[in-house]
Ligand binder design. Structure first.
Ligand SMILES: [Fe+2]
Length: 454
């Protein structure tokens, strides 16, 4: 067999005692044959994995065997349990005589831990828009965990703006083999592979993993549900997540808790959505009750869409219906819980923002009930945005930056700190990264530190 580890390795879903180890075998990652995703023959392949506390695989070695099955595009999701909390581990796979690269992962902290959590937030990585230099820098930071808030792939046909070509199958993806091939295209990138190999990930999806701006069951047609099912299956096959799709659905909303410091509530703003609800009744109920009972310092919503009200001056629509401004009643119910330490992370808009969440967005004097940090994009081009005009029209928004980048964060018992990491270019490799703004919150409000805006 030729090298089957062309898509790298990954880990995810850290718990205090376990993680998921991922790889997907692909001897010809960009292959276009629907019956042979990744160029793999339609038969099972035995894959062994090893995990240890040191990079030389001598301390606390564990091993296991997994079957990479054609029905799941030869992906492997090995759930490892019985590990120590808050501990670094290293892992690798073997198929035949071929050995994968080594990945580093880490378990979540012990439930009683007060240790600060270092995490990164990334989103929106349209392949043809540029190089994943941001991920090279993110990997070097070796955070405890990486959250991805959507647009991991773009289903769209290749953009008119091409820094690097998609290659074979540049059209819009709608069938299973096309989604699989699109993920393989993205995952061949060495910088993305480095970020996955550096830390466990906890991803959630937005719309482009399926179809631009889709909601729930779309038009309800069998064709759309088939397409959504194919996209969800390919998502599972290409992410280090715990749960498999069933009957065309995939359970995505979940929490990941780190000690007494942070409860990350990862939301799904697409699967259950319709004209009346962003989250669906069951997910909203789960979120509201968890917000109330969560016994931690920081209650962190990890989700794709701009949460604060954002009035954009100029021609209508001034409020974007695809964001939380399209569901203000449900947003008000979440903010109305009024718990301390509420923090929202989001993405989607391809520019970076920071702001305060208000009890009443139309009354700047109303209580501040949380803060929001909006990640820019790893590569995706931003729309034309008059940042200063939007800031002026929305006093609760405090910061705007239009460069590509990611968020580098630390949540501790005293404060939560967020650095906006940005690069000046992604149309060629090698851009340095720097912190263009840093914000600290100790509870409700937002304080700017070390800001070096353009
Ligand atoms: Fe995006």
């Amino acid at each position: 067999m030729a090298n089957p580890f062309t898509l790298g390795v990954a880990s995810g879903e850290p718990l205090p005692d376990g993680v998921v180890l991922w790889t997907r075998l692909a001897v010809d990652p960009l292959g276009t044959d629907p019956r042979r995703p990744g160029g793999m023959a339609p038969k099972a392949v035995e894959v062994s994995w090893q995990l240890a506390e040191d990079e030389r695989f001598t301390q606390g070695l564990r091993r296991g065997i997994a079957q990479a099955l054609p029905v799941w595009a030869h992906s492997v999701h090995a759930r490892v349990a019985g590990l120590k909390p808050g501990t670094d581990y290293f892992y690798r796979f073997k198929a035949g005589s071929q050995q994968s690269p080594v990945g580093r992962t880490r378990t979540a902290d012990d439930p009683a831990s007060t240790r600060p959590v270092r995490f990164a937030v990334a989103n929106c990585q349209r392949y043809e828009h540029g190089f994943y230099t941001a991920y090279r820098h993110l990997a070097a930071e070796r955070p405890d965990v990486v959250f991805h808030v959507g647009d991991y792939i773009y289903e769209s046909r290749q953009s008119a703006r091409v820094v690097r070509a998609l290659g074979p199958l540049p059209g819009e993806t709608s069938r299973l083999h096309e989604y699989r091939q699109r993920y393989a295209r993205y995952r061949t990138d060495p910088d993305l592979q480095a970020a996955h190999a550096a830390a466990p990930w906890v991803p959630t999806w937005d719309d482009h993993e399926v179809l631009d701006n889709y909601r729930g069951r779309g038009d309800g047609s069998a064709a759309f549900l088939r397409r959504r099912g194919a996209a969800y299956q390919a998502y599972y096959e290409n992410q280090p997540i715990r749960v498999r799709p069933e009957d065309g659905n995939l359970q995505m909303y979940r929490r990941r808790t780190f000690g007494t410091v942070a409860d990350f509530m990862v939301l799904d703003v697409r699967q259950y959505r319709d004209a009346t609800t962003m989250l669906g009744a069951a997910q909203e109920q789960w979120l509201l009750s968890r917000l109330v009972t969560s016994p931690v310092r920081w209650r962190v919503l990890v989700q794709p869409l701009f949460f604060a009200r954002r009035f954009v001056p100029g021609p209508a629509p001034n409020l974007r219906p695809d964001s939380w401004d399209g569901h203000p009643v449900q947003r008000a119910r979440i903010l109305g819980v009024n718990v301390p330490g509420l923090v929202v992370f989001s993405g989607d808009v391809h520019n970076a923002w920071a702001g305060e969440l208000k009890a009443d967005f139309l009354d700047p004097g109303s209580a501040t009930v949380g803060v929001e940090f909006v990640g820019s994009s790893i590569t995706s081009q931003p729309p034309e945005t008059d940042g200063p005009a939007v800031l002026a029209a929305n006093p609760h928004l405090k910061f705007f930056d239009d460069r590509r980048g990611y968020l580098s964060c630390t949540a501790g018992p005293e404060e939560l700190r967020v650095a906006f990491r940005a690069m000046d270019f992604v149309d060629r490799q090698g851009a340095p990264v720097r912190t263009v703004a840093e914000f600290v919150t100790k509870g409700n409000g937002l304080t700017s530190e070390n800001a070096s805006s353009k």
